[in-house]
Ligand binder design. Structure first.
Ligand code: 76T
Ligand code: MG
Length: 214
């Protein structure tokens, strides 16, 4: 039977990356996506911007919406302080199954909590289920029409504090027009656009970094 692209991506990690070496996992995925098959990881170019934001925030608590194969969860977890943790939500159980194995190969199971389900269902439950007060950093990389409703939901559920950072992938391609309109015009956020390219291509894309002002 035919394998899926996430399965082939995992096979490339297991073939080319060193167990317990997260940076070799990131490199193996980027090489697979450049040389073999495109896949919707944040990628190396936008990944460097992600790395600089994570390093600057030095977050104790991170929420990622949209795990896919675990590339950005691994990339973020590499840079967390000793007790830092990331909760990553993935709706598609097949993606989640692959991501678990990529995360295990990187040796980051202790720092990454993968939850299978929809953001709209889980966001209201995170405080009680995971004992999280607020998130220092949220990385939005799931369905593009969910960025805005989920941001409003996170505000309502008290998951953001003054200074919390939202970092949104794909604000140009595929694009998140309603989210950009809201976040750039809201007095409750200070936003900055980081121009880049769609992963592994020359197409314009970028990340929007927004600070919640409380
Ligand atoms: O669409 C995208 N990603 C989101 C996505 C997509 C599919 C499935 C899922 C299932 N995972 C999921 C869903 C709902 C969820 N709720 N809570 C968690 C959660 C998790 C998520 C995307 C597309 C492109 C792209 C494609 C084609 C092209 F030509 C240009 C660009 C590039 C990207 O970087 C992208 O990120
Ligand atoms: Mg993306």
């Amino acid at each position: 039977t035919q394998s899926t692209r996430p399965q082939r991506l995992l096979a490339a990690v297991q073939k080319n990356a060193t167990r317990g070496d997260p940076r070799s996992v990131v490199l193996a995925i980027d090489q697979f996506c450049r040389q073999k098959e495109w896949a919707m990881n944040v990628g190396d170019e936008k990944g460097c911007i992600l790395d600089s934001v994570v390093s600057e925030v030095n977050p104790g608590a991170v929420l990622e919406l949209g795990t896919y194969c675990g590339y950005s969860a691994v990339r973020i977890a590499c840079l967390l302080p000793p007790h830092g943790k990331i909760i990553t939500l993935e709706f598609n159980p097949d993606n989640a199954a692959i991501a678990r194995q990529v995360i295990a190969w990187a040796g980051l199971e202790e720092k990454i909590q993968l939850v299978v389900g929809a953001s709209g269902d889980w966001i209201p439950k995170i405080k009680e289920q995971f004992g999280v007060k607020t998130f220092d950093l949220v990385f939005l990389d799931h369905w593009k029409d969910r960025y805005l409703p989920d941001t409003k939901l996170m505000e309502e559920c008290g998951l953001l504090r003054e200074g919390s950072i939202l970092l949104a992938d794909n604000v140009i391609c595929p694009g998140t027009p309603d989210y950009l309109e809201y976040i750039r015009n809201s007095p409750r956020y200070k936003s900055q656009y980081f121009k880049s390219h769609l992963e592994y291509t020359k197409v314009e894309d970028g990340l929007e970094k927004s600070v919640f002002l409380g």
